[in-house]
Write a protein of this length. Sequence first.
Length: 527
Amino acid sequence: MAMPEELHFVLVPLVAQGHIIPMVDVARLLAARGPRVSVVTTPVNAARNRATVDGARRAGLAVEFVELPFPCAQLGLPEGVEAIDQMAGLEPAMYLRFFQAIWKIADPLEEYLRALPRRPVCLVVDACNPWTAPVCERLGIPRLVMHCPSAYFQLAVHRLSAHGVYDRVRDDEMAPFEVPEFPVRAVGNKATFRGFFQYPGVEKEYREALDAEATADGLLFNTSRGIEGVFVDGYAVALGKRTWAVGPTCASSSMVNDADAKAGRGNRADVDAGHIVSWLDARPPASVLYVSFGSISQLTAKQLAELARGIEASGRPFVWAIKEAKGDAAVRALLDDEGFEARVKDRGLLVRGWAPQVTILSHPAVSGFLTHCGWNATLEAVSYGVPTLTWPTVADQFCSEQLLVDVLGVGVRSGVKIPAMYLPKEAEGVQVTSREVEKAVAEMMGDGPEGSARRLRANEIAAEARAAMEESGSSHSDLTDMIRYVTDLSKQRSRERDASSMARPSELGEKNQQDAVLPVQMTQVSI
Ligand code: UDP
């Protein structure tokens, strides 16, 4: 009888924190069911996420990183730039090179797969990694595509494309429209409903991403049916694909109950998690505002100064992950020379870089999250019952704002209307004034009937999200179903390869003949 560890899954995340973090979560969840899981990434990204994987290994899970080289030098990128957030400050032309470098991981990936003694059951690949499709095709390995944004966003972009709305507003980024054939009323414009790769210069990558999704053996979302069922189902029908909702991965009990897993998530924090916890312990329950714009988005110095004044005027205790302080001298001047940090030192904790976000959000002193609405931040707020003050900066974040405020009823809008890149130059990136920040913080953190109802609703949704990840929950069942489905599929592919190798052995073109047989036989797995 084959043992569960003979099942091997290979995961290929996009090289961005907001994509690697949930993929590593999926690796932990899969490994907890028995299979061995390899996460393929580059050395810098592996180093950043090493603590989580090491923690999983200490807990007995068969998870590992497989490090493949990232061809920075070959494409004229600075050495060691291997993740999207590291592109901050580089000229825009570099982004194209960065994506070309990502596409070049295909060859080492194929080499790695061919050198394995057995083919993996399947590859789970980020939707932004369509270059994995020909590799899987050549090797006959099933491939699942994982979307890291919300199902709400994916369905909206799909409907807008299918109904030709993007074409109709081709020349006017600000022309308002309603998303057609959508489960809820959703209004926006091209700037706020831009899909990944829907930018000039990456048309080829966009086509490849669509093709790779169309030929995938199934789709995964980091969400739950309770949070987004109607959007997941709508997308499954629209694409005609098996689709599983296996999240929110941050709400699994292995995360909720593991202080180290929370503290080490995504990167080594620039402040000791224990120090933050002690600081929060000293604050009254449900009193603290947490402010973060994720791993990539940055405010201009002028907008950041408005935000700082608004937070100061709110009078609330707060923790602010302020990564701009690392690279922007004007921001450092605001914090240091102009005395912001000194003025708020009794009630404000500034983290100049990476903060242990889930440690903070899961602390009982925290009762509000000013967020850029990245999908992971959104799920983390939802999973830990923290109401949000929404401040989207690009793309899918405007959809997360709509979901939080209009659909789930757990958010208050800051007042941001469009991505800052569309503002006139003289605005210097300012969309929300200090007075508006102060007002919005008061509304979101307030104890009036609306604030209390929002808090209650946030707690109910958090309980639902966690229940979805428990053994009888919908996300747990979806993961079970996904494992069964791809295991059967890989057996079928193996039989097809056997038949075709017998028919025309000389045409196989395999480097490793042992590979022609896939000995993965799942007869028992702890799912
Ligand atoms: N994150 C963190 N500390 C930080 C900034 C970000 O732990 O200081 C984590 C955050 O918890 C989330 C991820 O990084 O899991 C960011 O993903 P998200 O989708 O929220 O936003 P992105 O960075 O992709 O815009």
